[in-house]
Design a protein around this ligand. Sequence first.
Ligand SMILES: Cc1cc2nc3c(=O)[nH]c(=O)nc-3n(C[C@H](O)[C@H](O)[C@H](O)COP(=O)(O)OP(=O)(O)OC[C@H]3O[C@@H](n4cnc5c(N)ncnc54)[C@H](O)[C@@H]3O)c2cc1C
Length: 289
Amino acid sequence: MDFLRPESWEEALAARAERPDALPIHGGTDVMVELNFDLRRPAALLDLGAVRELARWETLPDGTLRVGAGVPYARVITGLGDRLPGLAQAARTVGSPQIRNRGTVGGNLGAASPAGDAHPPLLAAGAVYEVESAARGVRLIPAAEFYAGVKRNTLAPDELIRAFRQTPVAGPQYFSKIGPRNAMVIAVCSFALALFPAERRVGTGLGSAAPTPRRAYAAEEFLAAEADWDADLDDAVAGRFAELVRAAASPIDDVRGTAEYRRHALGVLARRTLTWAWNDHRKGARACA
Ligand SMILES: Cc1cc2nc3c(=O)[nH]c(=O)nc-3n(C[C@H](O)[C@H](O)[C@H](O)COP(=O)(O)OP(=O)(O)OC[C@H]3O[C@@H](n4cnc5c(N)ncnc54)[C@H](O)[C@@H]3O)c2cc1C
């Protein structure tokens, strides 16, 4: 097996174009498992670990945060928690300290597992993924258009994920996940919520609840339109929101849980995160008054 180790982004794109048979690897926490179990035997590995710019973030002139694909979960928690609280909450639930040190957000996007924990908060916050090829340059893909099927994304064979872009927190964000214990579990299901009070807008993200991570559009629209943003959360509105989140799911029965359990649990997570987020929103509104 060949081992390619570019030291710059340009070299990485050139290598990707020349060797479409090379499997990109960053932290290796998904790839090495597959190699160890002989689930994959690629002709070459394209190691992105030496491409320094992938491990950095910056604020663009319009205020958007641009976070390199190689930023590991541990640094999302310590360095970006104030600006990306939904993603940081999800990052805290990933694996173990070792996995959080090595595993990257870009690797989660590359693997595109419906259970990946980075997807729901990125969907809820309206993140955009920056991918690039040597031949065609940069392509910006809204998170909701990135996922193509179970463990499949819309990346072209000559493209690499460079970064994700997200507006820093503009309101309360929450992530919640169900598993049989607190650490080292794949989500039975997960849910992320983002409120954008200034725009009266709502974002959601569902994990482990369909072939791909997805948003609950009807729930978002209902809450944005029907909630009284200047009042405490109405119980009937919260209940209807939870119902619409449940309805957006198309889960399966598997070893981790039944479809029915997942639907039920999603409704609970939706209601719970909405209650937390709405309380924060009202506290913020009262503090400004
Ligand atoms: C013990 C254990 C526990 C885990 N727990 C969790 C968990 O709780 N939640 C969770 O979501 N995941 C979990 N994972 C899975 C894994 O840690 C995550 O998916 C992680 O984000 C992968 O990142 P990585 O950098 O290690 O990816 P890698 O293994 O290096 O790559 C993963 C995939 O992405 C592709 N890829 C990587 N970088 C790029 C790029 N820049 N451009 C294009 N393609 C790219 C690779 O080709 C591969 O297909 C766990 C894994 C293990 C082994």
